[in-house]
Design a protein around this ligand. Structure first.
Ligand code: EPZ
Length: 430
């Protein structure tokens, strides 16, 4: 992971130059549970439309460490072979920086009756506790041993038992983990206060396609009756389009496009961001699998917004940082209420250094008063979504910016410099 990669960007100074189209890739946060689900199948699983991202490489390396064979038939298409799992221990140096690694613990417990792993890392956006996972696994019959930095989990009875689990916080990956654990558990697992994200729905639908009795799909009460064994032979997990990449490009278009067509999208996964951008004065046309976005017409200004992040179908926390760039250009006072994470407003200090008028009231609330011109400068990505926000700010700014820590951005956005160059953005990766 090259720590010193950076993006050099020449700003448009608020002019609307972008004209073109861009296709979204498979969703990182759908590929991760898909790769974890492969462990449930005694023979293996095929996955398609898998994005080429560092987090995917990390998951594949963790899977190899467990004895999973994998081959890439062609770009974005993987065949995983799980006939002989040889270990139930996640490589700590990888797992501790990859939050998605928590998803592997569930199928390991379900398939092998044990799992050893470090507290997973991920971004700096918040504490990222795993208490919901640990409590739910214990309800399913898991014995927990917490070492210095390592957790050792095992199933003394040899097989997980179905349990009724209420999520004290709506957690996407915890919901996915209990679906995966319940898939091979004895009896029914009920997940209450379950997440409604499209990636959760996709996983639940896939498990139903694998032959399991799954109920409550699309509701906050999910249930699955476990099987003794599963075969993935004639199944293909097709990763759904990335709604966060979609939203990121729509915000770019709202900021700097004469006309931008975002292709290969699932419109109903993007209602919140489309609604927000329309309220801000951008023009959007939603098609069957594409969305056209245009900045407000000449002479029209951006309107201020009240942004409150919320679990799906509300406005996604992963798009909060990118949207705040647009708030700096809106005429008047906008408010930001980040309800999910306590460390996800840090990017506002950097936007202030670029010229934004920002007040951060507490770890969850801030005010942005616009419009303020932004000036290019050196900025340092703390996480993948703030990193993307800095690229958007650099595009809008006057002058040149250098966005450091490119590897963070590349965790969630494939070939971002090349793809933005095709739209006329003056960006190069060093
Ligand atoms: C998923 O994280 C996404 N990651 C995140 O995307 C996304 O920001 C988040 O959902 C919210 O939409 C994946 O799907 C791989 P959480 P997830 O940590 O499910 C609390 C990105 O940029 N909680 O469960 O891991 C937690 O404190 C990433 O792609 C507990 O209390 O989110 C938070 O308040 C960043 N105990 C809430 O749940 C637990 O055991 C959700 O956080 C687990 C979570």
């Amino acid at each position: 992971m090259e720590e010193d990669g950076k993006f050099l960007i020449q700003g448009f100074g608020g002019r609307r130059i972008i004209d073109g189209e861009i296709r979204v890739n498979g969703a990182k946060n759908d590929a991760l549970p898909g790769l974890a689900a492969a462990l449930l199948f005694r023979d293996g699983l095929r996955l398609s439309n898998v994005p080429a991202l560092k987090d995917i490489d990390g998951m594949l390396e963790l899977l190899s460490g467990l004895g999973v064979g994998w081959s890439r038939a062609k770009p974005r298409e993987y065949q995983l072979v799980t006939t002989k799992l040889s270990a139930a221990k996640l490589k700590p140096e990888i797992a501790k920086r990859l939050r998605g690694s928590m998803l592997l613990t569930a199928p390991l417990l379900a398939r092998l009756g044990e799992a050893t792993f470090p507290h997973p890392g991920g971004c700096v956006i918040g504490a990222r506790p795993i208490d919901i996972f640990l409590e739910g696994f214990q309800a399913m019959g898991v014995k927990l041993h917490k070492g210095e930095k390592i957790y050792r989990l095992r199933v003394p009875s040899g097989r997980l038992r179905g349990a009724r689990i209420f999520l004290k916080n709506v957690s996407v990956t915890a919901t996915e983990a209990f679906l995966l654990a319940g898939a091979l558990a004895h009896g029914e697992t009920v997940i209450e206060n379950a997440a409604l994200e499209p990636e959760v729905t996709h996983l639940a639908q896939f498990l139903r396609r694998a032959g399991l009795r799954v109920r409550g799909i699309g509701t906050t009460r999910l249930s699955v009756v476990g099987a003794k064994s599963l075969s993935g032979l004639d199944l293909n997990y097709r990763v759904i389009p990335d709604r966060i990449e979609t939203g990121s490009f729509l915000i770019l278009g709202a900021l700097a496009a004469k006309r931008l067509v975002v292709r290969g999208v699932v419109p109903e996964h993007n209602r919140a961001v489309v609604e927000m951008l329309r309220r801000a004065g951008a023009r959007l046309e939603v098609g069957r699998d594409s969305i056209v976005v245009q900045a407000p017409s000449a002479g029209q200004s951006y309107l201020p917004l009240e942004v409150k992040t919320h679990e799906f179908p509300g406005f996604p926390t992963d798009l909060q940082a990118p949207l705040t760039v647009l708030l700096t250009q809106a005429v008047g006072e906008s408010t930001v209420f980040e309800t999910i994470f306590e460390g996800r407003l840090l990017h506002l200090h950097t936007l202030r250094e670029m010229g934004a008028n920002v007040v951060v009231h507490d770890p969850h609330r801030a005010t942005v008063v616009g419009p303020t011109p932004l000036r290019g400068r050196h900025v340092y990505s703390p996480d993948l979504r703030a990193g993307l926000a800095y690229i958007l700010a650099a595009v809008v700014a006057e002058g040149e910016s250098v966005v450091h820590n490119a590897h963070y951005v590349e965790r969630g956005y494939e070939r971002v410099a090349e793809r933005l160059q095709t739209l006329g953005v003056k960006i190069v990766k060093e």
